[in-house]
Design a protein around this ligand. Structure first.
Ligand SMILES: *Cc1c(COP(=O)(O)O)cnc(C)c1O
Length: 409
């Protein structure tokens, strides 16, 4: 594809106007929105107002006056619209890791006679770690962490829960949620989905596919800011039975009755725990407004066009410099990122970042490029590939500076 053809794609892009709603540093090409989404312009003003007016002036009255107490529910309802859930089936709270702990315990309680948790060995480590912690806590569980191609065989009539991340964080492989959830159900197991790399990236259909529980991240494609609150999903059919083991007062039926006995709220609030972080929740609340007029099918279409274009333009360079594509080329199996394996991937990525193109690196050797259709242009894809070509051609990555590992990769 020529540069002129690529620029024509930007002109006819129905999402082109969304970029103006984000604060993107001049000249920077940001291919890391799958790790930390860029700042939506509306956030600073809103958070400033929450700090100055709501906290600074209205103080404790704001819990009622500005509805702070319902923020987890209100923010959850906004996210619900993006993931195929009803408004009262999602709540914003805690971190993804903590939410997974809560829903995994609740799910296991729904299958008390079964003692096996199935997941994939390449799942994001925190998901596997949480399962290990839960297993230590409860005792007597078998953790069956297998390869993707072994998942189907790993499910049996002893399986309590199948726990997967819909998009593989390293390769961008997209699971067939409908099929795997159905397979789990056929064995009598429940399916928990981690939507960290799905929510806000493409349409998710939790209810259509009969997912039993889900969790996800507020700071990646939802652009809620560093450490933004995460979310969790419990469909109505499980809400009464989802036992809240982290039984804090915010999940109580009447938090302000201040009674000594815990009685769980009837609704999804039962899976909240303590006081919400109002400032970070407000940032996420404002950030989600960019999705208000967005058709997620259009987002998906553009995401596939962006990743197709990237893979196409990378082709000759990948062959020349031994960059191995590890992302599926099949649309149905691809999330919104593209990854390449290279033995010097860390240094190459650092050198590329110094050239104004930010992607990231995942051990042991994966260079990851995230594509966020709301603020990326097709011309950015072109420029990113040009700059990477320069890094490879001129071997800029050989500078020893780029091999020094920072604490956060
Ligand atoms: C990013 C990510 C998380 C992050 O969990 P935190 O609790 O927010 O640190 C969890 N799971 C997956 C699959 C992720 O990609």
């Amino acid at each position: 594809m020529t540069l002129a053809e690529i620029e024509a794609l930007d002109h006819s892009d129905p999402l082109h106007h969304k970029r103006a709603e984000f604060d993107i540093p001049e000249g920077l090409i940001y291919l890391d929105g799958n790790s930390l989404g860029v700042l939506p312009r509306a956030v600073s003003g809103h958070v400033g107002n929450v700090v100055k007016q709501q906290w600074g002036h209205d103080l404790i009255r704001s819990w009622n006056l500005h509805g702070w107490v319902d923020l987890p529910i209100r923010v959850g309802a906004k996210i619900a619209g993006l993931i195929g859930a009803e408004a009262d089936e999602v709540v914003a709270a805690d971190s993804t890791s903590v939410n997974l702990f809560k829903v995994l315990l609740a799910a296991l309680r729904l299958r008390p006679e079964r003692r096996v948790i199935v997941s994939e060995i390449d799942n994001f480590p925190t998901d596997l770690y949480i399962a290990q912690g839960v297993s230590h806590l409860l005792g007597g569980y078998e953790l069956r962490f297998v390869r993707k191609d072994q998942l189907e065989d790993a499910l049996d009539d002893r399986t309590a829960v199948l726990m997967l991340t819909e998009v593989d964080y390293r390769t961008g492989y997209l699971y067939d949620m409908a099929r795997l959830t159905q397979l789990a159900h056929q064995k009598g197991a429940l399916a928990i989905w981690d939507l960290a790399h799905s929510a806000g990236a493409f349409p998710v259909h939790l209810n259509r596919h009969q997912a039993d529980f889900a969790v996800g991240c507020g700071y990646k494609y939802l652009n809620g800011g560093p450490g933004a609150p995460a979310f969790l999903f419990v469909p109505r059919r499980h809400q009464q039975a989802a036992f809240p083991f982290l039984s804090g007062w915010m999940g109580h039926q009447a938090p302000f009755a201040f009674v000594p006995e815990y009685v769980a709220a009837e609704d999804i609030r039962r899976l909240t725990v303590g006081t919400p972080g109002v400032l970070s929740m407000s940032a996420l609340d404002a950030a989600l407004e960019v999705f208000a007029d967005v058709n997620m099918e259009e987002v998906r279409q553009k995401s596939l066009q962006l990743t197709d274009l990237f893979i196409e333009l990378m082709g000759p360079m990948a062959a020349r410099y031994g960059l191995e594509l590890v992302t599926p080329t099949e649309h149905a199996r691809r999330g919104s990122q593209v990854s390449y394996r290279h033995p010097e991937g860390y240094a190459v990525m650092q050198a590329l970042i110094s050239q104004g193109v930010i992607g990231d690196f995942r051990a042991p050797d994966i260079m990851r490029f995230g594509f966020t259709p709301l603020y990326l242009r097709f011309a950015d894809v072109w420029a990113a590939v040009e700059r990477l070509d320069q890094v490879m051609r001129q071997e800029l990555w050989r500078d020893p500076r780029y091999s020094q590992r920072a604490k956060v990769t």
